[in-house]
Design a protein around this ligand. Structure first.
Ligand code: GLN
Length: 189
């Protein structure tokens, strides 16, 4: 099983390290042709508008086909890319998850913070960096983690999206959850 981490920009290396700690074989995806070699993909945080620019039209189409067919986990900017509806400002999404996401939703003062949320009803540390907010969760999209009253990790089938950065906390549960999804297992913790 090979897991790709989209490595166009952003904090892809922290995802690579975490997945390798969990014994996954990781491929850094720098060209969309590499999508053919992998069984699942992580789209890291960064700047979603920059991702769109770097992908270009052709890359966007290839990525769109991939995320509709194969397990994908988007964190922060990755979550924004996976959404059907993006606001503040409006932006094209890959449409893999029926959610409305508001970019940079916490304002300047709360630009970045570490807060405690709940993942499958267990407390967990969450690192937010210029985080988006999931403002609408469409039918069939399940909320897996919350922070206060906000959904912060959602899933439909094998598509997973987090508004925070699990790769920056010293906790492997969320990446393990994604690997378990890919392997069709029940969560192993
Ligand atoms: N604010 C970024 C965006 O709008 C996301 C921030 C992040 O990925 N940490 O794309």
């Amino acid at each position: 099983m090979k897991i790709g981490v989209l490595a166009l920009q952003g904090d892809f290396d922290a995802h690579r390290r975490r997945l390798e700690e969990l014994s996954a074989e990781v491929v850094l995806v720098k060209k969309t042709e590499q999508l053919n070699e992998i069984d699942g993909l992580v789209i890291p945080g960064g700047e979603s508008g920059t991702f769109l620019k770097l992908l270009g039209e052709d890359g966007f189409t290839k990525l769109k086909d991939f995320v509709r067919a194969k397990p994908t986990f988007g964190t922060c900017a990755g979550c924004i890319l996976l959404a059907t509806d993006v606001e503040n400002p409006k932006q094209t999404g890959l449409g893999a998850l029926d959610i409305t996401v508001r970019r940079n939703a916490y304002g300047r003062q709360k630009d970045s913070s570490i807060r405690e949320g709940r993942f499958l009803n267990e407390p967990i540390e969450m690192v937010f960096i210029r985080a988006p907010k999931i403002e609408r969760v469409g039918e069939g999209v399940e909320v897996i983690a919350t922070e206060g009253n906000d959904p912060v990790l959602v899933r439909r089938g094998k598509t997973l999206a987090a508004t925070f950065h699990p790769e920056l906390s010293d906790d492997w549960r969320i990446h393990q959850y994604f690997l378990d999804l890919i392997e069709n297992n029940r969560p192993s913790y």
